[in-house]
Design a protein around this ligand. Sequence first.
Ligand SMILES: *[C@@H]1O[C@H](CO)[C@@H](O)[C@H](O)[C@H]1NC(C)=O
Ligand SMILES: *[C@@H]1O[C@H](CO)[C@@H](O)[C@H](O)[C@H]1NC(C)=O
Ligand SMILES: *[C@@H]1O[C@H](CO)[C@@H](O)[C@H](O)[C@H]1NC(C)=O
Length: 400
Amino acid sequence: MRSQGILSSFGVLAALAATVGAQGVADLYARCGGEGWTGPTLCPDGAYCMVLNQWWSSCQPVPVTACPSFGPYIDPNSQTDGLNSFAVRRGKYFGTAGDWVYANVMNCTWSQIATDPSEFGVLTTGNSQKWDTTEATQGVFNFDAADQFVAWGLKYGKKFRGHTLVWYNQLPAWVTGGTWNATTLTTVLQNHITTEVTHFKGKMMHWDVVNEPFNEDGTYRSNIWYQIIGPDYIPIALRAAAAADPAAKLYINEYNVEGVNPKSTALLNLFKSLKAAGVPIHGLGIQGHLIVGQVPTDMPANFNRFVAAGADIAITELDIRMNVPPVNQTASFAQQAADYATVAYACKVTGRCQGITIWDISDKNSWIPGVFAGQGDALPWDVNYQKKPAYYGLATTLKP
Ligand SMILES: *[C@@H]1O[C@H](CO)[C@@H](O)[C@H](O)[C@H]1NC(C)=O
Ligand SMILES: *[C@@H]1O[C@H](CO)[C@@H](O)[C@H](O)[C@H]1NC(C)=O
Ligand SMILES: *[C@@H]1O[C@H](CO)[C@@H](O)[C@H](O)[C@H]1NC(C)=O
């Protein structure tokens, strides 16, 4: 039996498989995970559980051939062109999200672009460090998929943003359906964070410790952590992460906080109160899931108030979507280029903006069409991995 990752180390996993074997083994190509899934999470020999998105994972054959090697690491400072080269020359980085399946299974063109040091210096795991993958069964940890991706990235000189330790989503049923009180759930939370952050110690430059804690009106999202533990779940999580890897910079990550609004104000106030209480917190992650033609104009002002409170910031999940197919692609792509430039400019003029991560590389692999019906074309590379005007909007803005 195989566990959820690829290339599992047999001895360890044989023991784990024995522990969780009672859940059964899914058939090849059958579902083995995703939000709400309570069926088998193991795959047969020669297959692994591939995370397609937060709702769906299925047993896929372990690929016989991985992508080729894409050449040695090259210092991005020595490169003349590319989003990361430009960002590095400004003391920042440019990154993307992905996973082992992107890097070595889905499409080798993805790997070729992702490994290019002039384009990307930092990688974020898309799914493989989330709770449903790393602790699908209580106390049984599986870091195989993330380990593979991290090892692959390190080979190409990438740095990593860890993503994410406490979130309301992509939680296994044993967490959401458990009977907890504040004491028992706090122990579960601390154990998860301590184990995961210790496992990746020294390899994650940032951790998105807490993801999406707020509602749009700035009140706390009523997730299981908040319901059972209260708002203290946030400092508890940050303290556990800091204890496990004191060198990692710890972030709270949130969407719809690009401009000044009730949600971004709540995030700012939370940061201030954590700082005042001596809680280890370094940065605020601005996700940047935006819509063409609707990018907030007050991003620099908003970022400035985060920085004034002592926060590093990072754009962590940038994509700018449109209705597809666009009525006039030329016009929509031009507007999208201007919108990407607007975001890049906001990071450029904010000294403590560490860098920008786009949420995947090309329109071929984006999560957008699967979640926002009728929308897409959100990324700087198109479905054929060709650069769109959006790429040049970023490049011309970041170029020193
Ligand atoms: C929480 O639950 C545990 C296990 O059921 C129990 O031992 C403990 O007394 C409870 N704590 C509180 C504060 O209710
Ligand atoms: C599409 O937009 C471009 C750029 O705004 C414009 O020049 C062109 O005339 C438009 N095409 C149509 C068919 O409307
Ligand atoms: C990756 O996708 C591109 C664009 O669709 C295609 O041209 C290429 O053949 C694919 N490569 C692999 C290895 O599947």
